[in-house]
Design a protein around this ligand. Structure first.
Ligand code: ADP
Ligand code: MG
Length: 237
Protein backbone atom coordinates (compact mmCIF):
# COMPACT_ATOMS: atom_id res chain seq x y z
CA UNK A 1 0.00 0.00 0.00
CA UNK A 2 1.82 3.15 -1.20
CA UNK A 3 -0.10 5.41 1.17
CA UNK A 4 1.07 3.36 4.17
CA UNK A 5 4.64 3.36 2.87
CA UNK A 6 4.55 7.10 2.46
CA UNK A 7 3.14 7.61 5.96
CA UNK A 8 5.86 5.35 7.43
CA UNK A 9 8.56 7.21 5.51
CA UNK A 10 7.24 10.54 6.81
CA UNK A 11 7.76 9.25 10.38
CA UNK A 12 11.16 7.66 9.56
CA UNK A 13 9.70 4.22 10.36
CA UNK A 14 11.09 1.06 8.80
CA UNK A 15 9.48 -2.34 9.33
CA UNK A 16 10.28 -5.93 8.52
CA UNK A 17 8.39 -9.14 9.09
CA UNK A 18 5.29 -10.58 7.47
CA UNK A 19 1.76 -9.14 7.61
CA UNK A 20 2.87 -6.00 9.43
CA UNK A 21 -0.15 -4.09 10.76
CA UNK A 22 -0.54 -0.59 9.37
CA UNK A 23 0.56 2.31 11.59
CA UNK A 24 -2.06 4.37 13.40
CA UNK A 25 -2.40 8.14 13.28
CA UNK A 26 -4.25 8.84 16.52
CA UNK A 27 -4.68 7.06 19.86
CA UNK A 28 -8.38 6.65 18.97
CA UNK A 29 -7.28 4.41 16.08
CA UNK A 30 -6.05 1.90 18.70
CA UNK A 31 -9.54 1.22 19.94
CA UNK A 32 -8.55 1.92 23.55
CA UNK A 33 -11.26 1.94 26.21
CA UNK A 34 -12.73 5.22 27.44
CA UNK A 35 -10.76 4.90 30.70
CA UNK A 36 -7.50 4.35 28.91
CA UNK A 37 -8.15 7.29 26.58
CA UNK A 38 -8.83 9.42 29.66
CA UNK A 39 -5.56 8.32 31.26
CA UNK A 40 -3.70 9.11 28.04
CA UNK A 41 -5.08 12.62 27.76
CA UNK A 42 -4.46 13.16 31.47
CA UNK A 43 -0.77 12.62 30.66
CA UNK A 44 -1.05 15.36 28.07
CA UNK A 45 -0.36 12.92 25.23
CA UNK A 46 -2.21 14.34 22.24
CA UNK A 47 -0.96 12.06 19.53
CA UNK A 48 1.23 8.97 19.41
CA UNK A 49 4.96 9.35 18.77
CA UNK A 50 6.34 7.57 15.67
CA UNK A 51 7.39 4.42 17.55
CA UNK A 52 3.95 4.36 19.19
CA UNK A 53 2.18 4.81 15.81
CA UNK A 54 3.73 1.62 14.52
CA UNK A 55 4.33 -0.42 17.67
CA UNK A 56 0.85 -0.03 19.21
CA UNK A 57 -1.08 -1.80 16.40
CA UNK A 58 1.58 -4.54 16.22
CA UNK A 59 1.54 -5.25 19.94
CA UNK A 60 -2.24 -4.92 20.23
CA UNK A 61 -2.57 -7.57 17.51
CA UNK A 62 -0.68 -9.96 19.80
CA UNK A 63 2.51 -10.07 17.74
CA UNK A 64 6.02 -10.15 19.14
CA UNK A 65 8.07 -7.05 18.40
CA UNK A 66 11.62 -5.78 18.19
CA UNK A 67 11.47 -2.01 18.65
CA UNK A 68 14.52 0.05 17.89
CA UNK A 69 14.29 3.76 18.63
CA UNK A 70 16.41 6.25 20.47
CA UNK A 71 15.94 7.44 24.03
CA UNK A 72 13.08 9.85 24.53
CA UNK A 73 10.98 8.49 21.67
CA UNK A 74 8.12 7.23 23.87
CA UNK A 75 8.88 3.52 24.01
CA UNK A 76 7.45 3.11 27.53
CA UNK A 77 3.86 3.91 26.55
CA UNK A 78 4.34 1.72 23.45
CA UNK A 79 4.58 -1.31 25.72
CA UNK A 80 2.62 -0.16 28.78
CA UNK A 81 -0.64 0.75 26.99
CA UNK A 82 -1.02 -2.61 25.19
CA UNK A 83 -0.05 -4.33 28.44
CA UNK A 84 -3.08 -2.77 30.15
CA UNK A 85 -5.31 -4.02 27.30
CA UNK A 86 -3.68 -7.47 27.51
CA UNK A 87 -4.26 -7.70 31.26
CA UNK A 88 -7.89 -6.56 31.03
CA UNK A 89 -8.46 -9.41 28.53
CA UNK A 90 -7.11 -12.04 30.94
CA UNK A 91 -9.06 -13.88 33.64
CA UNK A 92 -8.67 -12.18 37.01
CA UNK A 93 -5.75 -13.31 39.14
CA UNK A 94 -6.56 -15.80 41.85
CA UNK A 95 -4.77 -15.82 45.19
CA UNK A 96 -1.09 -16.70 44.87
CA UNK A 97 -1.18 -16.09 41.12
CA UNK A 98 0.60 -13.44 39.14
CA UNK A 99 2.08 -11.37 37.65
CA UNK A 100 0.68 -11.26 34.10
CA UNK A 101 3.00 -8.56 32.75
CA UNK A 102 6.74 -8.70 33.45
CA UNK A 103 9.01 -5.82 32.47
CA UNK A 104 12.79 -6.03 32.79
CA UNK A 105 14.98 -2.95 32.62
CA UNK A 106 18.75 -2.59 33.14
CA UNK A 107 18.91 -0.24 36.13
CA UNK A 108 16.93 0.72 39.18
CA UNK A 109 16.46 4.26 37.82
CA UNK A 110 15.10 3.07 34.47
CA UNK A 111 12.90 0.48 36.13
CA UNK A 112 11.57 3.16 38.46
CA UNK A 113 10.65 5.45 35.54
CA UNK A 114 8.71 2.60 33.95
CA UNK A 115 7.06 1.81 37.29
CA UNK A 116 5.84 5.40 37.58
CA UNK A 117 4.53 5.43 33.99
CA UNK A 118 2.85 2.03 34.38
CA UNK A 119 1.10 3.14 37.57
CA UNK A 120 -0.40 6.18 35.84
CA UNK A 121 -2.17 4.00 33.29
CA UNK A 122 -3.00 1.12 35.64
CA UNK A 123 -4.67 2.93 38.50
CA UNK A 124 -8.05 3.52 36.87
CA UNK A 125 -8.18 -0.15 35.85
CA UNK A 126 -7.54 -1.61 39.29
CA UNK A 127 -4.29 -3.10 38.04
CA UNK A 128 -1.55 -3.44 40.66
CA UNK A 129 2.07 -2.68 39.79
CA UNK A 130 5.02 -3.84 41.89
CA UNK A 131 8.58 -2.56 41.70
CA UNK A 132 11.20 -5.27 42.01
CA UNK A 133 14.55 -3.55 42.31
CA UNK A 134 16.84 -2.18 44.98
CA UNK A 135 15.52 0.54 47.26
CA UNK A 136 12.83 -1.36 49.11
CA UNK A 137 13.82 -3.97 51.68
CA UNK A 138 13.65 -7.49 50.30
CA UNK A 139 11.21 -8.47 53.02
CA UNK A 140 8.78 -5.63 52.23
CA UNK A 141 9.12 -6.43 48.56
CA UNK A 142 8.42 -10.08 49.22
CA UNK A 143 5.28 -9.23 51.21
CA UNK A 144 3.99 -6.87 48.53
CA UNK A 145 4.50 -9.49 45.84
CA UNK A 146 2.84 -12.17 47.96
CA UNK A 147 -0.25 -9.96 48.20
CA UNK A 148 -0.49 -10.16 44.41
CA UNK A 149 0.04 -7.85 41.45
CA UNK A 150 -0.70 -7.87 37.74
CA UNK A 151 2.50 -6.10 36.68
CA UNK A 152 6.07 -6.42 37.87
CA UNK A 153 8.72 -3.92 36.82
CA UNK A 154 12.12 -5.32 37.66
CA UNK A 155 15.84 -5.34 37.29
CA UNK A 156 16.97 -8.86 36.29
CA UNK A 157 18.99 -9.68 39.41
CA UNK A 158 16.31 -8.74 41.91
CA UNK A 159 13.61 -10.46 39.86
CA UNK A 160 15.51 -13.75 39.95
CA UNK A 161 16.06 -13.26 43.66
CA UNK A 162 12.29 -12.90 44.22
CA UNK A 163 11.46 -15.88 42.00
CA UNK A 164 13.91 -17.98 44.03
CA UNK A 165 12.31 -16.81 47.26
CA UNK A 166 8.95 -17.86 45.75
CA UNK A 167 7.48 -14.38 46.16
CA UNK A 168 5.45 -15.22 43.05
CA UNK A 169 5.27 -17.71 40.22
CA UNK A 170 5.48 -17.10 36.51
CA UNK A 171 2.58 -19.42 35.68
CA UNK A 172 0.29 -16.55 34.67
CA UNK A 173 2.95 -14.41 32.99
CA UNK A 174 1.99 -13.97 29.33
CA UNK A 175 3.42 -10.54 28.46
CA UNK A 176 7.17 -10.07 28.74
CA UNK A 177 9.01 -6.83 27.98
CA UNK A 178 12.78 -6.56 27.76
CA UNK A 179 13.47 -2.83 27.74
CA UNK A 180 16.86 -1.39 26.82
CA UNK A 181 18.08 -4.85 25.92
CA UNK A 182 21.45 -3.56 24.69
CA UNK A 183 22.17 -1.94 28.05
CA UNK A 184 21.12 -5.07 29.93
CA UNK A 185 23.72 -6.96 27.89
CA UNK A 186 26.35 -4.25 28.52
CA UNK A 187 25.74 -4.67 32.23
CA UNK A 188 26.24 -8.43 31.99
CA UNK A 189 22.63 -9.48 32.52
CA UNK A 190 22.45 -11.93 29.62
CA UNK A 191 22.44 -15.05 31.87
CA UNK A 192 19.76 -13.54 34.13
CA UNK A 193 17.61 -12.58 31.14
CA UNK A 194 17.90 -16.07 29.71
CA UNK A 195 16.98 -17.56 33.06
CA UNK A 196 13.90 -15.31 33.39
CA UNK A 197 12.73 -15.98 29.83
CA UNK A 198 13.21 -19.71 30.42
CA UNK A 199 10.74 -19.55 33.30
CA UNK A 200 7.96 -17.91 31.32
CA UNK A 201 5.58 -20.00 29.25
CA UNK A 202 6.45 -20.17 25.54
CA UNK A 203 2.99 -18.98 24.46
CA UNK A 204 3.72 -15.56 25.95
CA UNK A 205 3.88 -12.35 23.94
CA UNK A 206 7.44 -11.00 23.95
CA UNK A 207 8.55 -7.42 23.33
CA UNK A 208 12.17 -6.40 23.01
CA UNK A 209 13.18 -2.73 22.89
CA UNK A 210 16.67 -1.47 22.34
CA UNK A 211 18.46 1.66 21.16
CA UNK A 212 20.96 -0.46 19.20
CA UNK A 213 21.06 -4.09 18.02
CA UNK A 214 24.49 -5.63 18.67
CA UNK A 215 24.91 -9.17 17.35
CA UNK A 216 24.42 -10.75 20.79
CA UNK A 217 21.09 -9.02 21.25
CA UNK A 218 20.04 -10.00 17.73
CA UNK A 219 20.85 -13.62 18.56
CA UNK A 220 18.78 -13.52 21.75
CA UNK A 221 15.89 -11.93 19.88
CA UNK A 222 15.95 -14.71 17.30
CA UNK A 223 15.87 -17.30 20.06
CA UNK A 224 13.12 -15.92 22.27
CA UNK A 225 10.72 -14.08 19.94
CA UNK A 226 8.16 -15.76 17.69
CA UNK A 227 7.67 -14.31 14.18
CA UNK A 228 8.50 -10.82 15.43
CA UNK A 229 7.86 -7.63 13.56
CA UNK A 230 10.88 -5.38 13.60
CA UNK A 231 10.32 -1.64 13.82
CA UNK A 232 13.11 0.88 13.50
CA UNK A 233 12.57 4.61 13.95
CA UNK A 234 15.19 7.10 12.81
CA UNK A 235 18.66 6.46 11.51
CA UNK A 236 19.85 3.97 14.13
CA UNK A 237 19.65 0.18 14.16
P1 ADP B 1 12.02 6.17 25.75
O1 ADP B 1 11.68 4.99 26.60
O2 ADP B 1 11.87 5.90 24.30
O3 ADP B 1 13.37 6.75 26.09
P2 ADP B 1 9.94 7.47 27.23
O4 ADP B 1 8.91 6.42 27.13
O5 ADP B 1 10.67 7.57 28.52
O6 ADP B 1 10.99 7.33 26.04
O7 ADP B 1 9.25 8.86 26.86
C1 ADP B 1 9.98 10.07 26.84
C2 ADP B 1 9.09 11.23 27.28
O8 ADP B 1 8.05 11.45 26.33
C3 ADP B 1 8.39 10.97 28.61
O9 ADP B 1 8.43 12.15 29.37
C4 ADP B 1 6.97 10.63 28.21
O10 ADP B 1 6.05 10.97 29.22
C5 ADP B 1 6.78 11.47 26.96
N1 ADP B 1 5.81 10.90 25.99
C6 ADP B 1 5.65 9.60 25.64
N2 ADP B 1 4.69 9.45 24.72
C7 ADP B 1 4.22 10.69 24.46
C8 ADP B 1 3.19 11.21 23.58
N3 ADP B 1 2.50 10.41 22.78
N4 ADP B 1 2.98 12.54 23.56
C9 ADP B 1 3.70 13.37 24.37
N5 ADP B 1 4.67 12.95 25.22
C10 ADP B 1 4.93 11.63 25.27
MG1 MG C 1 12.81 3.81 27.85
Amino acid sequence: DPEVNEYRASLAIRVSGFDVPRPIKTFEDSGFSVELMKAISKQGYEKPTPIQCQALPIVLSGRDIIGIAKTGSGKTAAFVLPMIVHIMDQPELQKEEGPIGVICAPTRELAHQIFVEAKKFSKSHGIRVSAVYGGMSKLDQYKELKAGCEIVVATPGRLIDMIRKKAFTMLRATYLVLDEADRMFDLGFEPQIRSIVGQIRPDRQTLLFSATMPRKVEKLAREILTDPVRVTVGEIG
